[in-house]
Design a protein around this ligand. Structure first.
Ligand code: CO
Length: 500
């Protein structure tokens, strides 16, 4: 077994190196590359992907995994070796169960669909996009069939982002969460709203950049193993465990965009930088799932970055950078302003109290489309009805309604629920951490984050992708993903802000 494991690790390291090289090409494209190079870069990335795919699905790896599976059953299932074999086998099966012709067809259809979606969004014309959505739904059903047997047609799609998680589990969680959130935002909408006009003043970019860098340096972001650049859409990317980079974007007339965006991406980066270095260049050098990843960005952005103790420390610093904009605002008003709740049409601009509702309606629609209980033709009406139900508002057009997100334009079903699950996990971890670190708030108020980061590293980050998300969350918090801590957090926070 020793020899074979060594051979497998060697092959997997080669794939990881190619993946990192490909990520550098992708990062460069979004951060530095001149527009005229798009076509060439596409070719370069496709060439690398072709090589990677051949290596990932090679008979050599398949045979090794089969042979190792026998030995793996005799060792501790939580050992690094057993986990590596299991994760590598899962990746191998995911890649080999889907025929190459299908992958090509999916790529072809989604490329066309994406460009049509852009046009449809610009003209707010859902009918233009409808036949493409129908095709994509058909293809995703076909994709699900490659992984039969399953309990629900949506399971294989969800599994791509949340390994091992079932549609029924997510539905049960969201069914408990939805009425509580709907009730909360109804109560908020009927009371006096908070002041936040000061967030929309002119905030020069260099001041925003300086503040963001100060904050994430305090969080513990290691500039020797990372950097921050500008891009149209913020993201985090990793080229192995020693180089995890983030990007941000600035809106000179809206302070929160870069400020919280930077904290969010830093949270993702701190996770990857905290993974045990012995997993470098292996499939374990990754987050456990999208939801667990999102729990880390949510924690630094919201539970810490939108908290009162945080602003007690950082607001004077921000006032110093922007004296004319914030000199006359006090810390309580600022805290309330950055936490303002307002049902809005656009998901990416939604606040903490309404965000999950945007997700839930998308998930319900994805499931209904996949089941066939909703047709693409009826989708806009279903969207608007759910929106009215959950958020109390209706979009004036499809551009700000069903056509707003890019995800469906490439058949990216299964991704949305991970955002909301991440919120829930962040609150579960926070609750657990508060038990282990009794003066946690005091530490945040002093901008001392080393114990918090240390706790996250020791209890969560270090494992990388060793465990499935439900297993990992249970290991750390004592229970699987559950909505109660998040509901408590929301109610406690927003009842205080809105005097409910
Ligand atoms: Co994120």
């Amino acid at each position: 077994m020793e020899e074979k494991l060594k051979k497998l690790k060697c092959l997997l390291a080669e794939i990881a190196n190619l993946k990192a090289a490909n990520a550098v090409l992708g990062w460069d494209q979004l951060v530095n590359m001149p527009g005229g190079a798009t076509e060439d870069r596409g070719e370069q990335i496709a060439a690398l992907e072709h090589i990677m795919h051949a290596k990932v699905t090679s008979d050599e790896i398949g045979k090794l995994l089969d042979e190792l599976a026998v030995g793996a059953r005799q060792i501790d299932p939580e050992s690094d070796e057993a986990c590596l074999i299991r994760v590598a086998k899962r990746d191998y099966e995911k890649q080999t169960k889907v025929p190459a012709e299908f992958v090509t067809e999916m790529a072809r259809v989604s490329t066309v669909a994406q460009s049509v979606w852009e046009k449809a969004k610009n003209h707010s014309d859902f009918e233009l996009f409808r036949p493409h959505l129908e095709k994509l739904v058909g293809l995703r059903r076909q994709y699900a069939d490659f992984f039969k047997p399953w309990d629900h047609v949506y399971d294989p799609l969800l599994d791509d982002f949340e390994p091992g998680m079932k549609t029924a589990e997510v539905q049960a969680i969201f069914n408990a969460l939805r009425p509580k959130q709907v009730e909360l935002i109804k109560a908020i909408s009927q009371t006096k709203q908070v002041e936040r006009s000061f967030l929309f003043l002119d905030y020069p970019e260099n001041g925003q950049l300086a503040f963001g860098e100060k904050v994430i340096s305090k969080f513990g972001y290691d500039w020797n193993h990372g950097r921050q650049d500008k891009s149209a859409h913020p993201f985090t990317t990793s080229f192995g465990l020693n180089d995890v980079r983030i990007t941000t974007r600035f809106n000179s007339n809206y302070l929160p965009t870069a400020m919280f965006g930077t904290m969010h991406e830093c949270g993702h980066a701190l996770y990857e930088l905290g993974i045990d270095k012995k997993f470098n260049r292996s499939p374990l050098a990754d987050g456990a799932s999208m939801a667990v990843h999102e729990s880390q960005s949510c924690m630094w952005e919201n539970l810490i970055g939108r908290s009162k103790p945080f602003w007690k420390h950082f607001f004077p610093m921000l006032q110093e950078i922007f004296p004319s904009q914030l000199g006359n605002v006090d810390v309580d008003t600022f805290y309330e302003g950055v936490n303002a709740v307002e049902p809005s049409l656009i998901r990416v601009e939604a606040d903490e109290a309404t965000y999950n509702l945007h997700i839930m309606l998308r998930l319900e629609m994805e499931i209904a489309l996949m089941e066939g209980s909703l047709s693409a033709k009826d989708a806009p009406a279903a969207w608007n009805a759910k929106f009215k139900d959950y958020l109390g508002i209706v979009s004036p057009d499809d551009a700000k309604g069903i056509l707003q997100d890019v995800h469906w334009s490439f058949g990216g079903f299964g991704y949305f629920p991970t955002y909301a699950l991440g919120n829930l996990v962040s609150a579960q971890l926070w609750e657990r951490m508060n038990k282990d670190i009794p003066n946690l708030e005091e530490q945040v108020e002093k901008a001392q984050f080393s114990e918090i980061l240390g706790w996250l590293r020791k209890n969560l980050h270090v494992y990388g992708a060793k465990f499935e998300p439900q297993e990992l969350v249970k290991k750390v918090t004592g229970s699987k993903i559950t909505p109660e801590p998040y509901i408590h957090y929301l109610e406690y926070k927003f009842k205080a802000i809105y005097n409910l």
